[in-house]
Design a protein around this ligand. Structure first.
Ligand code: GLN
Length: 239
């Protein structure tokens, strides 16, 4: 029996739930999966095994958490051994230690009388520096092939002998990881940009925490949700 919570402030709660259920079916385990909404400190129960922090707007989500006295309970829940957390998009920003705003891509804060950022926070569970809206205002949303770096996420097709190291990435005003600041960070996926001649980090893992800049819940590819469920099983075995 696995219990997964999904933070329900904004973003794709339902899509994540459906993808989790389908992934669990595909894994052909007999494990019962229970998915629940997390909107209140009491929802962060110690016997919940995993948590997804979906996309949305990271400042808004952090302000919601603060207003509902969820910041400390959430930190404590994440830091409890055996608990696994996955942040997508805004969730990645929240989980990161540090943010760097791009000059022309950041949220408009210049003219606000009260910089709302003063009241928002990041959970700091990943040793990463992220850039919010990395891809700028012009390209708010786009879809592209992402290159997967983690072997566990690349199932090989035994019939054809090929392995699929690409996945479809849906990016919506997405962040990117500019820097990793510890060797504990494992890069799970990058976005190769031939025009810019670079490769941008778009998925990372540090221990029981993973983050993706894109939205696997908006595609039919269940690998990321399966990976998350496998992480939970492993963490449960070890705890
Ligand atoms: N750019 C958003 C932020 O700063 C994240 C966008 C998303 O989650 N789709 O929070």
């Amino acid at each position: 029996h696995i219990k997964v919570g999904i933070l329900e402030v904004q973003g794709a709660f339902q899509e994540h739930k459906v993808a989790l259920m389908r992934a669990n079916q595909c894994l052909q385990t007999t494990i019962k999966l229970e998915v629940m909404e997390v909107r209140h400190p009491d929802h962060l129960s110690p016997d919940m095994d995993g948590l997804i922090i979906p996309g949305g707007e990271s400042t808004t989500i952090s302000l919601f958490l603060k207003r509902n006295n969820m910041e400390e309970p959430l930190r404590n829940w994440i830091q409890t051994k055996g608990h696994v957390v996955w942040g997508t998009c805004a969730g990645m920003i929240l989980l990161s230690k540090c943010t760097e705003n791009q000059k022309d891509g950041g949220q408009p804060t210049k003219n606000s009388p009260m910089p709302i950022e003063l009241f928002s926070f990041q959970l700091g569970m990943l040793d990463t520096v992220v850039s919010r809206n990395f891809f700028g205002r012009q390209v708010q949303s786009f879809e592209a092939q992402v290159t997967i770096k983690a072997p566990l996420l690349i199932p090989s097709n035994t019939q054809t002998g090929t392995s699929d190291s690409k996945c479809h990435g849906v990016f919506i005003r997405a962040p990117a990881v500019l820097k990793t600041t510890s060797s504990e960070i494992q890069v799970l996926a990058v976005l190769e940009r031939p025009e810019q001649k670079d490769s941008v980090i778009v998925a990372v893992q540090q221990g029981d925490v993973i983050a993706t800049a894109f939205h696997p819940e908006l595609t039919d590819d269940l690998r990321w949700h399966s990976y998350f469920l496998k992480m939970i099983e492993k963490a449960k075995e070890q705890a």
